[in-house]
Design a protein around this ligand. Structure first.
Ligand SMILES: NC(=O)c1ccc[n+]([C@@H]2O[C@H](COP(=O)([O-])OP(=O)(O)OC[C@H]3O[C@@H](n4cnc5c(N)ncnc54)[C@H](OP(=O)(O)O)[C@@H]3O)[C@@H](O)[C@H]2O)c1
Length: 328
């Protein structure tokens, strides 16, 4: 199913144009591999891409599809933690978790935790849910292997998939953002009303999320849980309520949902990468030695912030296979 892009990366100036990215979108294959026996959880499934992906998953024979039954407020760490506890306690297994809920905030607002709302939902709460669901995903993978690969998941690793955006490729961090005392997350959070640009903040929130995905993927054994990200392309949904986007070159949610479903079928080599247009991509600014350092920095900032509020985060991280080898 997976292939790796061999085309040279576009110049940053090219990548920063949304219109250019939309026009270059390639056709998507329609995944038909069944999810027989699997339990799939998808957040943000009451509308747009999430609803279309849920419909598509449902047609591919999963054992259980969890969507919208339990309360989840991605603006609240307590709600995210309660949701993850419920998944751990109430589900016999969890084979695929798709973290799709996300926002595009047209005006700056601040969550109860003090974070700008786009960062709160798209970065911090998505990272929190990813970490807190890991034990269940890992246990389901171990259970499958104990069943000789014949259990509910069909012998494949569990999949943790976040819905990101290829617009992260255009992120260029200034020296001050990279090296300044506020940190990358802190400087994104400190953009004030006058300087707030919804599109840039959205892109930054997904870039920071990609830093988290990359580092989390390195901490987890990919043959146990594949930690990956997908971009559905430009999709005609309610996401950017009020913003002017060109509906003529957008994908329909039903078509774009192919990416979300094919993302859940990826092999372990997809770990830490971004899947779009049916190809795996490295995020340029998070690749190589400098990119790796940046991902580590983002990871440390995000997990430090989460740990302060939700001590369970530290407990989960300590159990990850790569934890000791990569901590200073
Ligand atoms: N549309 C695009 O062009 C595009 C491109 C790339 C990536 N994406 C990503 O795709 C994902 C789905 O977006 P969409 O385009 O389908 O937009 P959408 O129709 O607005 O869906 C967003 C979903 O997230 C949920 N959500 C938002 N805030 C939440 C919160 N605080 N707590 C719980 N759920 C919350 C929404 O639930 P409520 O309706 O109840 O708020 C909704 O179900 C997002 O992560 C988005 O960033 C979209």
């Amino acid at each position: 199913m997976s292939s790796t892009s061999t085309s040279p990366p576009p110049k940053p100036s090219d990548r920063s144009s949304i219109g250019w990215q939309l026009l270059r979108q390639k056709p998507l294959a329609d995944p038909t591999t069944p999810f027989t026996g699997k339990t799939i959880l998808i957040t943000g499934a009451n509308s747009g891409l999430g609803l279309a992906a849920a419909t598509k998953f449902a047609a591919l024979s999963p054992a259980r599809l969890i969507l919208g039954l339990w309360h989840l407020d991605m603006a609240s760490h307590a709600s995210v933690a309660a949701f993850a506890r419920r998944a751990a306690d109430d589900l016999p297994r969890l084979d695929v978790a798709v973290l799709n809920a996300g926002v595009y905030e047209v005006a700056r607002g601040v969550s109860a935790h003090g974070w700008e709302r786009t960062l709160q939902v798209n970065t911090l709460s998505t990272a929190l849910l990813a970490v807190l669901l890991l034990p269940k995903l890992r246990a389901s993978s171990a259970g499958r292997r104990g069943e000789g690969g014949g259990g509910g998941g069909g012998g494949r690793p569990s999949v943790l998939e976040v819905v990101a955006s290829r617009r992260v490729e255009a992120v260029q961090l200034a020296e001050e953002q990279r090296e300044g005392g506020a940190g990358v997350l802190g400087s994104a959070n400190s953009v004030q009303d006058g300087g707030y640009k919804p599109s840039e903040q959205y892109r930054m929130s997904k870039f920071l999320l990609m830093g988290v995905v990359k580092k989390l993927a390195a901490l987890v054994d990919a043959s146990e849980v594949t930690v990956t990200a997908v971009c559905p392309g430009g999709v005609a949904t309610n996401l950017s309520r009020g913003a002017l986007l060109n509906a003529l070159i957008m994908r329909t949610p039903e078509y774009a949902a192919r990416s979300v479903v094919s993302g859940a079928l990826l092999e372990p080599q997809a770990s830490g990468k971004l899947w779009y247009d049916d190809e795996l991509h490295e995020v340029p600014n998070l690749a190589g030695e400098d990119g790796q350092k940046l991902a580590e920095k983002i990871w440390a900032e995000v997990t430090d912030a989460l740990r302060r509020d939700v001590p369970a985060v530290g407990n989960v991280l300590k159990t990850l296979p790569g934890f000791k080898s990569v901590q200073p």
